[in-house]
Each structure stands twice: as structure tokens, then as C-alpha cells.
Design a protein around this ligand. Structure first.
Ligand code: FES
Length: 92
């Protein structure tokens, strides 16, 4: 399985207790741009819930990689660096 970064983009109406309600769509765009800029061969997959809704925005490296909770824009560079390391350790 090719390594990927999974980002929850679930939006619930009338509550902020969802990842998109806390800005995950914009974060996914920033991550995608950063991955492209670095030339990393990692797919970004948008999913609708990772089961940790109260801690969002949530994302994780797959298969079997690190989980990131409460992600903010300041975390983007760190996550991209970790994604690059993850790819080296888990080639397709
Ligand atoms: S809404 Fe994102 S983990 Fe459930």
C-alpha cells in the first residue's frame, strides 16, 4: 500500500464538533500544497471521520502511522516533514 496522509473533512451541521467545523478543509489544502512543493510521492486522502471527533482536526499517516489531533496551521510543516520520513520508512 502506498503511504498516504488521511485527513478528516467531516462537517456536522450546528456543531463545531467535527474536523471541518474546526478548519480541516483549509488544512488539507495547505498540506496538499506543501506535499507538492516538496515533491513527495504521498497521496492525501480526505475521509469522513477517524473516530476522534472531539480532538479534531484529525489526520494520520497510513498504513499504521502516527495520528495527529487538534492540528493547526502551525503544525503543517512538521506533519509534512513526518510524512516525508514515513514515506522513506514505508516505500510503496
Ligand atoms: S469528525 Fe473528524 S474524526 Fe470524526
Amino acid at each position: 500500500m502506498k503511504p498516504k496522509l488521511i485527513v478528516c473533512v467531516k462537517q456536522r451541521s450546528q456543531t463545531s464538533d467535527s474536523c471541518a467545523g474546526r478548519g480541516s478543509l483549509a488544512l488539507a489544502d495547505q498540506l496538499q500544497q506543501g506535499i507538492r512543493k516538496k515533491g513527495l510521492n504521498i497521496d492525501l486522502e480526505k475521509v469522513h471521520c477517524l473516530g476522534e471527533c472531539h480532538q479534531g482536526p484529525n489526520m494520520r499517516l497510513a498504513p499504521g502511522g502516527e495520528f495527529f489531533h487538534g492540528v493547526e496551521a502551525k503544525d503543517i510543516a512538521m506533519i509534512i516533514d513526518k510524512a516525508g520520513d514515513f514515506f522513506i520508512k514505508n516505500p510503496p
